[in-house]
Design a protein around this ligand. Structure first.
Ligand code: DLL
Length: 431
């Protein structure tokens, strides 16, 4: 277990001094070593010496995913390839991936931060930690691997997929902590149930889930089905990977590694910096990264930050669970809809499972929302008149939250795609 009391329980004034020194170092580094940043600074009329206080961060330009893509693959690195020891790439979207690089020092820092993060979630040397994140260009597998080892856990690096084998290892090795996306954890539960494995008979006690958004309702479902405590952790390749923030045992917001990152929340429309507590887009600046520092990286992730002390004793700022992404928000007939709102509603309805799909179409110039849900068992529709009743209930509950009439499609158990990584649930067919 890693408990870096000096930095995790630091006073705000001390922290701010460390942040300022490290910010100056980072700004100097990117200005002198990365032509792209230098040009952006010049456009705004700023030089490294313009940063005298933490408030001066606001003078600096934002960095977006497009900046990273335009400099594919290594254009924003501050060191030559011979000083790099690892690259990873961001997941998802089509086209050129975003490539991120690490020096040996960067990997050491990353290991320290993931070790801290898993420790605050409750992992100790007594744990057997099964990593069901993919190992590869995705940062999930390798990122958590070294942190868990450093925290002293016995690591089972099984990677994603092959769910029956995952369950066999859980039984045979006495796995106590599962490390995966929340959607994969659900799928593991489902396969266990189909195989007749009683999850309560396993030693599993803790889940460290991240890599994708999930609601509190989904957390409850996972905790009940897997018979564990489920914690959330957050990170992104551009900023480092997992280890940027994570929940402690009190699960009252994610502690952010503020001695390594400055977080701001901004209004995604105007770019204006918001006050603590206000919901907006998270923006991260790295403070200690050597190979691939980022300045004011716009994550598109929506959350809010609080700075009050946590019951666990840590003083670092906390971010609330991500409620969505600015590019996930659907505008349907002029109404803003976040997939997380739909998930919250569906998870509270009896008879349907945690799998769903959201389709948006345009028909005769009108947007149509379709929500596909799965029955937990075909028996739910006995007698058949229950179908209309169930559709009506879902439609009504969605309407009360979204003020939109959705078309509900109920499908048989096992119809919707299961995932071993990040779930894709939203399909906007209008583009
Ligand atoms: O998903 C890093 C990671 C791996 C974090 C394992 C936690 C555990 P990327 O593939 O670059 O990196 O995707 C980053 O995933 O901007 C969020 O939109 C989303 N995301 C990650 N963690 C969470 C979370 C990894 N706990 C993108 N809640 C981010 C909600 C999350 N969204």
């Amino acid at each position: 277990m890693i408990w870096d009391k000096e930095h995790e329980c630091i006073s705000r004034s001390k922290l701010e001094q460390i942040q300022l020194d490290r910010l100056k170092w980072t700004v100097q580094r990117i200005y002198t070593k990365v032509p792209h940043y230098r040009a952006k600074f010049e456009q705004r009329g700023v030089i490294p010496e313009s940063v005298k206080t933490l408030g001066d961060l606001r003078k600096l330009p934002f960095t977006t995913k497009d900046d990273l893509r335009d400099n594919y693959p290594f254009g924003l690195f501050t060191v030559p390839n011979r000083d790099l020891v690892r690259v990873h790439a961001s997941s998802g979207t089509t086209g050129r991936p975003v490539v991120v690089g690490y020096t040996q020092n960067d990997l050491n820092t990353w290991t320290d931060l993931t070790a801290r993060m898993v420790s605050l979630a409750g992992v100790t040397a007594d744990d057997v930690a099964q990593i069901a994140f993919n190992y590869g260009l995705f940062t999930g597998g390798f990122g958590l691997h070294y942190g868990l080892e450093k925290a002293g856990a016995l690591v089972v690096p099984v990677s994603g997929g092959n769910t029956e084998r995952q369950l066999m290892l859980m039984q045979d090795f006495g796995t106590t902590a599962l490390i995966s996306t929340p959607s994969y954890a659900l799928y593991i539960a489902e396969v266990a149930e189909n195989m007749g494995i009683k999850l309560s008979s396993l030693k599993l006690r803790l889940g460290l889930f991240g890599g994708e958004p999930w609601t509190e309702e989904m957390r409850k479902e996972i905790e009940t089905r897997l018979n564990i405590i489920a914690t959330d952790n957050y990170g992104l390749s551009e900023v480092m990977g997992p280890g940027v923030s994570g929940e402690c045992f009190f699960r009252n917001g994610h502690h952010i590694a503020e001695d390594h990152f400055i977080v701001e929340t901004i209004d995604p429309e105007t770019g204006e910096v918001l006050e603590p507590g206000e919901e907006g887009e998270l923006v991260f600046t790295s403070l200690t990264k050597e190979a691939f520092p980022v300045i004011r990286f716009r994550t598109k992730d929506i959350s809010r930050i609080t700075q009050d002390k946590c019951a666990c004793g840590r003083t670092t700022a906390r971010m609330r669970k991500i409620t969505g992404r600015t590019d996930d928000m659907l505008i349907i007939r002029g109404v803003n809809v976040f997939p997380s709102q739909i998930e919250s509603v569906l998870m509270g309805i009896e008879g349907i499972g945690p799998y769903y799909q959201i389709n948006v179409y345009r028909k005769d110039y009108l947007d149509q929302l379709e929500v596909v849900v799965e029955l937990i068992s075909p028996d739910v529709l006995e007698p058949y008149s229950r179908l209309e009743e169930l559709e009506g209930t879902i439609q009504h509950k969605l309407y009360s939250v979204l003020s939109i009439n959705a078309r509900i499609k109920i499908v048989q158990p096992g119809t919707l795609e299961r995932t071993t990584g990040k779930a894709k649930r939203v399909f906007d067919h209008r583009q």
